[in-house]
Design a protein around this ligand. Structure first.
Ligand code: ISE
Length: 332
């Protein structure tokens, strides 16, 4: 079976998804590339041999030649487009976050629940990353005993110019919120967000430091530093009662010269998580054929957004904020 995919968004991540679909995954045909910028849509469509390019996302979702949709457009479009896919009864892989507004996530969930079928997969690709998969397996086998703490560090070279002060929490941190929740198989009870003194407070993407408590008693700390300068660097350490699991990034070589060891860092997340994206997209397509959902659901997307919202609230109030999820529909 060949799944005909319509891609929405031809920016950094959209173009990378197009490349992954057309060069790394069998059994898929890129039917359409859609972008608000017609020239950009056509450029990516031509580069990947897609059948067509368009600027009309809703018409593309409705088009009978599209079996499934991949949403990689700006954050504020994720929930409305995912909902349109659900209403058209088409599977959708939506980049994170599902929304920056938890009520919008609940609207997507309501539409999915009404149709009685899981159609939304949220692009929390780290769930497919071999390093996190091994960490979860070690925890499940009891190698390090019950989990106590999870340390997360998330560093980008520099924040994009469109980053607002809150986007460290609403755009970058959802990866950490999701992977720690997935790893520990729990939900969050409370979040506190702090910000160090920052030399240039007008600079976008000022760092944040967060401490979360889970409902099962573990502690999670998250550093987001989107202006770390030296490279893209994601670290994680899961501390259990009998040991700890340290996440390793894929490093292909080390240069030993002049009394030092030199390793390089990627400029952004695409090389670091290349395998995770490939495995995620491939699992999504297989899940469409099998009719069995995989990966993060719309509910998981909602859970991450709810924490991010509470994080923004905590930062502005300067105190911890308690979390309370809505009632979970049986579909999830
Ligand atoms: C970006 O949107 C991503 O999804 C990256 O994985 C993340 O590391 C980065 O901080 C985000 O801005």
């Amino acid at each position: 079976m060949t799944v005909r995919v319509g891609l929405i968004g031809a920016g950094t991540m959209g173009a990378d998804h197009a490349r992954i679909l057309c060069t790394e995954i069998p059994g898929v045909s890129l039917q359409y590339v859609c972008d608000a910028d017609a020239a950009r849509a056509k450029h990516v469509a031509d580069a990947c041999g897609a059948a067509d390019a368009t600027t009309d996302a809703l018409a593309m979702i409705a088009d009978r030649s599209v079996d499934a949709v991949l949403v990689a457009s700006p954050d504020q479009t994720h929930a409305p487009l995912s909902r349109a896919c659900v209403e058209a009864r088409k599977p959708v892989l939506c980049e994170k976050p599902l929304s920056q507004d938890s009520k919008e996530c609940l609207d997507v969930i309501a539409a999915e629940t009404k149709g009685g079928k899981r159609l939304v997969q949220v692009g929390f690709m780290r769930r497919f990353d071999p390093a996190y998969v091994e960490m979860k397996a070690a925890l499940a086998k009891g190698v390090v005993g019950p989990a106590l703490m999870f340390h997360c560090f998330h560093r980008n070279v520099s924040a994009p110019s469109n980053f607002t002060g809150q986007m460290a929490i609403t755009n970058s941190a959802p990866h950490e919120f999701d992977i720690a929740r997935f790893m520990l198989d729990t939900d969050y009870a409370e979040i506190s967000v702090f910000r160090p003194e920052f030399r240039d407070s007008n600079k976008v993407g000022a760092p944040v430091f967060m401490v979360l408590k889970t409902v099962t008693g573990q502690l999670v700390n998250v550093e987001i530093n989107n202006n770390a300068a030296y490279g893209y660097d994601v670290r994680g350490e899961l501390v259990g009662e009998k040991g700890s699991v340290f996440l390793r990034s894929p490093i292909h070589s080390e240069i030993l010269v002049n009394l030092q060891t030199i390793t390089t860092y990627p400029t952004d997340w695409r090389p670091r998580f290349a395998e995770a994206y490939r495995l995620q997209n491939s699992a999504w397509l297989k899940s469409i054929e099998a009719g069995q959902p995989v990966g993060a659901s719309a509910w998981d997307g909602y859970a991450a957004t709810l924490v991010a919202e509470a994080g923004v609230d905590s930062l502005s109030k300067g105190k911890p904020v308690k979390l309370s999820l809505a009632a979970k529909p049986r579909l999830y």
